[in-house]
Design a protein around this ligand. Sequence first.
Ligand code: SF4
Length: 252
Amino acid sequence: MAWASGIEWTEATWNPWHGCKRVSPGCAHCYMYREKRRYGQEPSAVVRSRTTFDSPLRWREPRLIFTCSWSDFFIGEADGWRQEAWDVIRATPQHRYQILTKRPDQIASRLPGDWPLENVWLGVSVENPRFYWRIASLRQVQCRLRFLSLEPLLAPMPSLPLEGISWVIVGGESGPGCRPMRADWVRDIRQRCIAAGVPFFFKQWGGPRKDLGGRMLDGRTWGEMPGGRPARMPRTSRRQDWPPLPVLSPSA
Ligand code: SF4
């Protein structure tokens, strides 16, 4: 079960490479940095995985797969391996790959020739309005599904641009030194999503111990997913396919 993820909005993680470089305030308490240092490894060195590069080829049941949870799929240091990663993705149409990046300006030049692939969702992390440019950049990319991860949410998000966006995840920072997130910031984003008809997923309040904070917001769990599917399918139901998605044009 090494593939199974504790992250609430996915079913599995896949790291064809790991290691990354910090790019913005949301990276300050990156869990990958913490975990790698715990194992005596250098987190800023980007290395190809010796053991898990082709793991999805062995997963026959459909899975939602958070890709590069310990790196950034579009980081330049991985240019030599990305084509092979696209090959793995293309060879496993039963899976849906959730690729989340803080480097959307690097996407366009790193897509495969047969893009857009049916089974790839592209998302950007945005921690405060200074980084709304990442949303604009994502919207320039033709793809099947675009999503936002507003985690760690570090500020209110006035005028959050949601055009062309199909899913929003919100979460507070957790772990040592975490920065607080206010409930009114979260409620405002939820309201914007409801008004725009965008599925809203509230992942966690965060805090020094995220298990204590939980993920209830105003008396309920918000776990909406694109397509109305639950975030985690019961194992017996995983055979259910995702509906086909139309191609979203740039600036949709
Ligand atoms: S981009 Fe993501 S993986 Fe890379 S340092 Fe920042 S938080 Fe960590």
